[in-house]
Design a protein around this ligand. Sequence first.
Ligand SMILES: *Cc1c(COP(=O)(O)O)cnc(C)c1O
Length: 447
Amino acid sequence: MNPDPRRAVPRTDALLAEPPIAAAVDRLGRDLVRATLHDVQQRVRTGDLDPDDAVAAAVAGLPGSAGSLRPVLNATGVLVHTNLGRAPLSAAAVQAMTAASGTTDVELDLGTGRRGPRGEGAIGALLAAVPAAETAIVVNNCAAALALVATALGGELVIARGELVEIGDGFRIPELLTSTGARLREVGTTNRASVADYRAALGPDTGAVLKVHPSNFVVRGFTRSVEVAELAPVLAGTGVPLVADVGSGLLRPHPLLPDEPDLQTTLADGADLVVCSGDKLLGGPQAGLLLGRVELVQRLRRHPLYRALRVDKTTLAALEATLRGPTPPVPQMLAADVAGLRARAERLADRLVASGVAAAAVSSTARIGGGGAPEFPLPSAAVALPAAYAAALRAGSHPVVGHVADGSTLLDLRSVLPQDDDALAAAVLETADRLAAPSRHAAVPRR
Ligand SMILES: *Cc1c(COP(=O)(O)O)cnc(C)c1O
């Protein structure tokens, strides 16, 4: 090593002229590359790094992309994890998004050269999947769908007290509804509402009757709620629309989730409009879907607020491919059988044990999450590691989020796709190395 490393600090322009670094400038832009070069120069200056290794260190320290969001392996066992971006998209959806990400015919009829209807492909896919719907529109998320409904139908919204739900992170549906200027006409009590309660609440100011699926809790005991099928005949002929927020976006009944409402059944039962999220059990991009009667959906589409809530071309592309393409990850994870999960856990544990990691395959319980089927445990299998792995795995080059239970870090495989098992094993082995020699591999802060 040079006796005084400070003299040998490579110059920024010399480093930028190195081919792998010049290529990184094309990929990442000059500012991000310069920031990495400055870190490397600092390490040479302090004698931490040999100047001959500066180029290699810079290449290794470059961020993977110009964005700061990083891919994370979700081994929490929570299939729809809001903090981890909810549903992972299918490869088909990613491909469709990429194809639509440049200039695209989202609102142009290539045959006539004139303006065409926006998002026709995604709407067509929704209607094919939910035949009870006459038409549909897509907005930013389910909260946006509710805001549009409350704004456009407004006046007084009739809603059961037991359905004044907080979804998570302080998001309360009643507050969203009243923020639009709509008034709530609450019916029933926390645990009970009857058809008579709804009937008595209807009046000249009623804009809509709203049913909200309490997706993240259950009320047990002396309870009574009025289902869409009972409510629809009460409203027939009144002109008051029945709107149902089914939350998680099941298209049809799911054999594993008998208590989770679905779009097709809710419409067939008599709802005039159903709304749901695109990125929960449907397994697609963040979106709010509104499906139902033509005249009602048209009224929403023509409201000025719709323009502020409508989705981007890439969302439309991903949604269409989610609906038309192969089964997306979330429904796949939901359907995975526990014996297959157990076999994967054992294979992974064997591999890790062979490399000296204290790993074991164990039984676990996964959940749907994201405010869906709150009490529904999904039998699963996990790789158990010592507790110290939890934080170390999050700090790795490919972060893994597991969960700590009974003094172990559990990596639940129901929320990991089988094709990611190799990446999971690699992340654990890298972490094991770091835990074994913490100083040698001191984490370099990444941007
Ligand atoms: C999750 C959920 C929402 C909110 O959906 P976003 O897409 O996050 O806006 C609204 N209503 C119900 C019943 C939900 O489960």
